[in-house]
Design a protein around this ligand. Structure first.
Ligand code: IPM
Ligand code: MG
Length: 357
């Protein structure tokens, strides 16, 4: 029996609805396979917990999560709790505390979902964006002085380290190598930012030497937005800094037809700690409790989790099931359909059990 322990943190808004749907499809995969088992433990951390206890998670939160094989995360953010508290109180401490330095964001146009790009169909846009997830523009370095005075200053310092850049570059080259096209695009802004970004370019060239079978090219981030929009077929695997990839991954989601189906993995490639898998969409309080949240991003990120756990076959089966369901037009309202969370979930479960998926 291949048994995995999963810590589920559904948290806020539609988080609990989509994570429950995710647990249902994981159970279906395990029933279909027989040799595969998931032990899911739920943690009630998040904004409601904050309102009761004054913290988003208990002080020993990380040590309680550490023993799990993976973390399955819903969404954080509540209308009546400031965003910096929800974000810096739960999700970021997990990413940083567990050194999940590779943020991996696959994007493709799922069958049944229409891209806003003319003539762009499933298969024409199939990317993975690798976002540096531990430093860069999100290092938290900087400060404010002379507050409120005319001479007030604010600094926001981006930190790039040789260790940080080399490890994300290696991860991205290895990922590119594992995909059929073996092609990586390295994004920077090294024309204007001539220190850290030039170091990125240099380290990319060094690491490229370790991967002679991977073809690679370089793009400046502004020109990259144009290439993504006008020539999506020319891209495959993409690596960029924390902020650049944050922006590019929103564009990628929009070009693929919906941010609502986009997943993300926060990965510790060295496997010292559990990695964390989550839908990119937020807590969406406007539709919470209505039963119409789109569970596809949460299914897709479960497929990422299965891949990370070494269950490639179950992962591929789950994605085939999801694509069959979206292709059949069983879609929630955010992607133009009339189905409920439950309709989509049941259809994916049925597809998992059908013999040709
Ligand atoms: C994302 C989000 C977050 C980020 C926000 C909520 C801080 O936009 O996961 O892309 O920028 O990391
Ligand atoms: Mg973002």
């Amino acid at each position: 029996m291949r048994e995995y322990s999963i810590a589920a943190i559904p948290a806020d808004g539609i988080g609990p609805e989509v994570i429950a749907a995710g647990a249902t499809v994981l159970a279906a995969l395990s029933k279909r396979d027989g040799g595969l088992k998931f032990n899911i433990e739920n943690f009630d951390w998040g904004s409601d917990y904050y309102k009761k206890h004054g913290v988003m998670m208990p002080a020993d939160g990380l040590s309680r999560l550490k023993k799990f094989d993976a973390i399955y995360f819903g969404a954080v953010g509540a209308p009546d709790v400031p965003d910096h508290i929800t974000l810096w109180g739960l999700r970021l401490p997990i990413c940083q505390g567990f050194d999940q330095y590779a943020n991996v964001r696959p994007t493709k146009i799922l069958p049944g979902i229409t891209s806003p790009l003319r003539h762009c169909e499933p298969g024409d846009l199939d990317w993975v964006i690798v976002r540096e997830n531990s430093e860069g523009e999100y290092s938290g370095h900087g400060g404010r002085a002379h507050r409120g005075l005319p001479e007030e200053v604010g600094t926001e310092v981006a930190i790039f380290t040789r260790v940080g850049v080399t490890r994300i570059m290696r991860y991205a080259f290895r990922l590119a190598q594992s995909r059929p096209r073996k092609f990586l695009t390295v994004v920077t802004k090294s024309n204007a930012q001539r220190h850290g970004m030039v170091m990125w370019d240099e380290i990319a060239a060094e690491v490229a030497g370790e991967f002679p079978d991977v073809t690679w090219d370089k793009m400046l981030v502004d020109a990259m937005t144009v290439r993504m929009t006008l020539n999506p077929r020319s891209l495959d695997t993409i690596v960029a800094t924390n902020l650049h990839a944050d922006i590019l991954s929103d564009l990628a989601g929009a070009l693929a037809g919906s941010l609502g189906v986009a997943p993300t993995g926060n990965i510790d490639p060295e496997r010292r700690f559990p990695s964390m898998f989550e839908p990119i969409h937020g807590s969406a309080f406007d539709i919470a409790g209505k039963g119409i949240a789109n569970p596809v991003a949460t299914f897709w990120t479960a497929a990422q989790m299965l891949d990370h756990l070494g269950e490639a076959e179950a992962s591929a089966r789950l994605m085939r099931a999801v694509e069959r369901v979206t292709g059949a037009g069983i879609l929630t309202p955010d992607v133009g359909g009339t189905a409920t969370t439950r309709d989509v979930t049941e259809a994916v479960v049925d597809a998992i059990h059908s013999s040709n998926v």
